[in-house]
Write a protein that binds this ligand. Structure first.
Ligand SMILES: [Fe+2]
Length: 393
């Protein structure tokens, strides 16, 4: 991310900085042990201060080990709203690099939260609200990616109406792809987005005075709760390169070609061991002989999950919105029978989907088992019935 600054900061680092005579508490929040990206925040109260240490709750993951290795279709549409923006997340698949969940929060946060062991990306399939953070207030809307760096104390305020999010959590660092950044870090001219498309908090609200608030920190594979006797969003100013931001998927400028472009042209973010890609409405391959759908491909080293957001996905039939396909490593996949013939000559697609490719196998949860559509594995047979659901968007 680019340099950003909000509120008041002193002219130099690491010098006395006061507000109304009160010496402020400088906090350096950064990656890679003082050599990676960092921000410097100025607090009214020491961020170490806690009034009471509350309970620690380990994260419980219920794993499903399937009895067959096949392509899978997971229907998340029928899931009902549940919980808040953190504990309402329902884990579907994970490995050591990334956890992938869906969340349909029924209400906003009633405590403050900080992920102390991972970066988070939320894709807002539907819904909107604001993320109140130590870096300021970040509004989010439908089809935004909301990127929250580890260490960001925050709280969600949700607008009325349904909220449906696809959530990624990684112990690594979420970044834009290396190949789209020049040696200074600026996004280059070949990138499918520019700095203008990434939105940082624009309003900093500083809370002062006593109060009673619960702060929950995800750390050591669990949730540690603390009671605070002050409001944790007490930052007077900050600057740096680390902060939460939004990127709307419709600001992704698709890269198209005379013949079919490979999946990496859709890449939006990278993390260690995985990528996140955006499939957006776009003109299709324009050579008269082009086959405007993906060729069959063998994911020899990766697992590929796609979350269907809107439109009809050209290379899949019988896939409802909010469904997830998982094409695991070791098996080839491609368009189902008849779809290539049907697509020939097509000039445009309205598909909207988010893909995550991981380079290590994904484990599945018992929820993925409960939502599993077993007909999908056989859907490449000529004449096979589509899954019972249809695209409605
Ligand atoms: Fe694929």
């Amino acid at each position: 991310m680019r340099y950003h600054r909000l509120g008041e900061v002193p002219a130099k680092r690491h010098v006395q900085f006061r507000r109304d005579g009160r010496l402020l508490v400088e906090e350096v929040m950064g990656y890679e042990g003082f050599s990676g990206n960092e921000s410097i925040l100025y607090h009214l109260v020491s961020p170490c201060r806690v009034a009471e240490v509350l309970e620690f709750t380990p994260i419980a993951r219920e794993e499903w080990v399937p009895d067959a290795h096949v392509h899978r279709l997971t229907q998340t549409g029928p899931l009902e709203p549940e919980g808040d923006p953190v504990h309402g997340r329902r884990l579907l698949m994970w490995n050591g690099d990334v956890e992938i969940s869906v969340c349909k929060p029924a209400q906003g946060s009633d405590v403050f939260f900080r992920d102390g062991e991972g970066d988070e990306v939320l894709f807002v399939k539907e819904g909107s609200g604001v993320l109140e953070t130590v870096f300021g207030t970040l509004p989010f809307r439908r089809h935004d990616y909301v990127v929250i760096p580890r260490g960001t104390t925050h709280r969600f305020r949700l607008d009325d109406g349904p909220q449906t999010w696809l959530c990624f959590q990684t112990p690594g660092e979420i970044e834009t792809p290396n190949r789209y950044r020049n040696r200074y870090g600026q996004l280059n001219e070949g990138a499918p987005f520019s700095q203008r498309d990434f939105h940082a908090p624009e309003e900093l609200v500083t809370h002062d005075g006593p109060g009673e608030h619960v702060l929950e920190v995800r750390v050591r594979d669990g949730y540690q709760r603390f009671l605070l006797d002050y409001h944790p969003l007490d930052v007077v100013g900050w600057d740096g390169y680390v902060y939460p931001y939004t990127f709307n998927i419709h600001d992704f400028e698709p890269i198209t070609g005379r013949v079919h472009q490979p999946p990496p042209v859709h890449q939006t973010f990278q993390g260690p061991g995985f990528v996140i890609c955006s499939f957006c409405p776009r003109e299709l391959d324009y050579d008269p002989m082009a086959v405007p759908l993906p060729y069959h491909h063998s994911n020899l080293q990766s697992e590929e999950m796609i979350y269907y957001v809107a439109g009809e996905f050209g290379s899949r039939k019988g896939v409802a919105l909010e469904s997830i396909t998982l094409h695991p490593s070791g098996l080839p996949h491609g368009p189902q029978p008849g779809l290539v013939e049907r697509a020939l000559g097509a000039r445009r697609t309205e598909e909207l989907a988010v893909m995550c490719d991981t380079f290590r196998p994904l484990r599945l949860s018992t929820l993925a088992r409960d939502l599993d559509d077993r007909a999908y594995a056989l859907s490449w047979r000529e004449g096979a019935p589509a899954s019972e659901t249809v695209v409605t968007g």
